[in-house]
Design a protein around this ligand. Structure first.
Ligand code: PEP
Length: 260
């Protein structure tokens, strides 16, 4: 039997926005009144998290960071600690996004250390995994995502139950090329099995799909049995588009299984 997990939709604004645009975007999104059948979160650039928290604190929408340091504090110029994000009321933090793995040479172990730092401070890490186009074409998708996830399960042990996993094929991010629901679901099913091997309590862990999710493809993706929601980049910058994606997730959501 496939467990039904409450759907989670997370917006990743990446390095976009300014004070005026953020306020307009969130006010327009709140006016859409998407309801709370699905959990919704917005991961904003760190300098705007105070503004975002002020705009969202009276709503059911959560917020989070896009990265955190693996260190607690100290001489790490430019880094943002998990404790700082927690103090700003963040619920989530994205770790291991493919842009950081590629542009900042973040290794699987380094990403795992960031996830551990997030958990130490009560944040839910959203651990991104995914293969490049060359890796997919070489038939290495499962090998790559298994390796990326294994680094996290090895460090966290049964604390893997407290994370969210996001499968984001690199070739689908920001390209307009989405994995088909069947392609995505197959990888999610594979990841679900790896999670189950790592921890008997991992059933509540949500596995999000990310990569060119839009209002017009979200429903088919979220209808798949192993897809528990989405990590949304470009479309999270348009209030009506993001709201439509959240509504699509809500239609398949349930409060039945408590998830981190
Ligand atoms: C992302 O950045 O995590 C992402 C999925 O981007 P997009 O939706 O724009 O492909």
């Amino acid at each position: 039997m496939v467990a039904r997990r409450r759907r989670l939709v997370v917006g990743n604004w990446k390095m976009n926005g300014d004070r005026a645009a953020n306020a307009a975007l969130l006010q327009a999104f709140l006016a859409e009144r998407v309801g709370d059948e699905a959990e919704v979160s917005v991961c904003a650039p760190a300098p705007y998290l105070v503004q975002v928290s002020t705009l969202l604190e009276a709503s059911s929408i959560a917020w989070g960071g896009q990265d955190c340091s693996s260190h607690e504090s100290g001489a790490y110029t430019g880094e943002v600690s998990a404790a700082m994000l927690a103090e700003l009321g963040c619920r989530h933090v994205i770790v291991g996004h493919s842009e950081r793995r590629a542009l900042h040479a973040e290794s699987d172990v380094f990403v795992a250390e960031k996830a551990a730092a997030a958990l130490r401070h009560g944040l839910v890490p959203i651990v991104c995994v995914g293969e490049t186009l060359a890796e997919r074409e070489a038939g290495a998708t499962e090998q790559v995502v298994a390796r990326q996830l294994a680094a996290v399960t090895a460090l966290l042990g049964t604390d893997i139950d407290r994370v969210v996993v996001a499968y984001e094929p690199v070739w689908a991010i920001g390209t307009g090329r989405t994995a088909s629901p069947e392609q995505a679901d197959a990888v999610h099913s594979f990841l679900r099995d790896r999670l189950a091997e790592a921890s008997a309590g991992s059933d509540a862990v949500r596995i999000l799909y990310g990569g060119s999710v839009k209002a017009d493809n979200a429903a088919q993706l979220f209808a798949r049995p192993h897809i528990d929601g989405g990590l949304i980049g470009g479309a999270s910058l348009k209030a009506s588009e993001f709201a439509a994606i959240c509504r699509a997730a809500a239609k398949t959501s349930t409060h039945g299984v408590a998830s981190p």
